[in-house]
Design a protein around this ligand. Structure first.
Ligand code: ADE
Length: 248
């Protein structure tokens, strides 16, 4: 996948994209990430990328011309048709695991990161396919949000994760939170690994994992349970969980 990021602060991406899984994907050519600074498309003497808002108000607004030109430059040079232009914005649609699966189907993602008080609305209305928010809080800019989306989406691209088995067991992958995991030692500071995981009984271990996954979700994110259709086994496990937690 080709990823282009339009940002006034391209240096911010060096750390997160320079190590671990994303770096490996770049080195192997699975991901091709390019950074474009819109300031190079501001043609006035001072290379201004922002200006005062019409109608008054605090802060500065990103001007349309450098952003439009940056995206046009990317599109002209890459010429990829199966693409999505995405604006990072706290008032965009909420990001989710489901969205990562959709974004992973494109051949190119172009991210526009804002800074300052906001964007000229012609950018959101006429340049981008969609605006995405990573949560109900305001960051100092869209860069961290773009990193989050690139990271989470990359994991869904075949060949990015070392093992293709990792993604299907993720929290949210099947609409539920993940079950707990344990590794050696069996006992640490008097804390012991659940006996069932050492039993070698794969059917029982699978049921335990399903139940723990449901329990985590029921306790931490009950809203998720309302959005999925549980099968008979899961309904039975959830009933048990509610009974067990009933007295607490
Ligand atoms: N830019 C500033 N805050 C943001 C958020 N929460 N999500 C996406 N982009 C942003």
């Amino acid at each position: 996948m080709r990823i282009d990021i339009v940002s006034l602060f391209p240096d911010m991406f060096t750390g997160p994209f320079g190590c671990s899984i994303i770096k490996r994907a770049i080195d192997r050519g699975v991901l091709d990430i390019n950074l474009v600074n819109p300031r190079q498309f501001a043609y006035d003497k001072h290379q201004m990328v922002d200006d005062y808002p019409f109608g008054g108000g605090d802060g500065m607004v990103l001007k349309p011309e450098p952003i439009f030109r940056a995206v046009e430059h990317i599109e002209k040079n890459t010429n990829i048709s199966n693409k999505r232009v995405i604006l990072m914005c706290p008032s965009g649609k909420p990001f989710s695991q489901e969205k990562t699966r959709e974004l992973a189907t494109y051949d190119q993602l172009i991210f526009i990161c804002g800074h300052y008080e906001g964007f000229d609305a012609r950018i959101s209305n006429h340049l981008v396919d969609e605006a995405i928010s990573i949560g109900d809080y305001v960051l100092t800019g869209g860069e961290l949000a773009a990193m989050v989306i690139v990271d989470a989406t990359s994991r869904m691209i075949p060949g990015v994760l070392g093992s293709e088995h990792s993604a299907p067991t993720d929290s949210f992958y099947n609409g539920l939170l993940e079950h707990p995991q344990y590794t050696r030692p069996r006992e640490f500071n008097g804390l012991i690994v659940p006996e069932i995981l050492l039993s070698g009984n794969h059917a029982k271990i699978e049921t335990w994992r399903q139940k723990e996954s449901l329990k985590n979700t029921f306790i931490n994110r009950p809203d998720l349970i309302d959005h999925i259709e549980l099968n008979d086994k899961q309904n039975k496990l959830l009933k048990e969980i509610k009974e067990e937690l009933g007295g607490k």
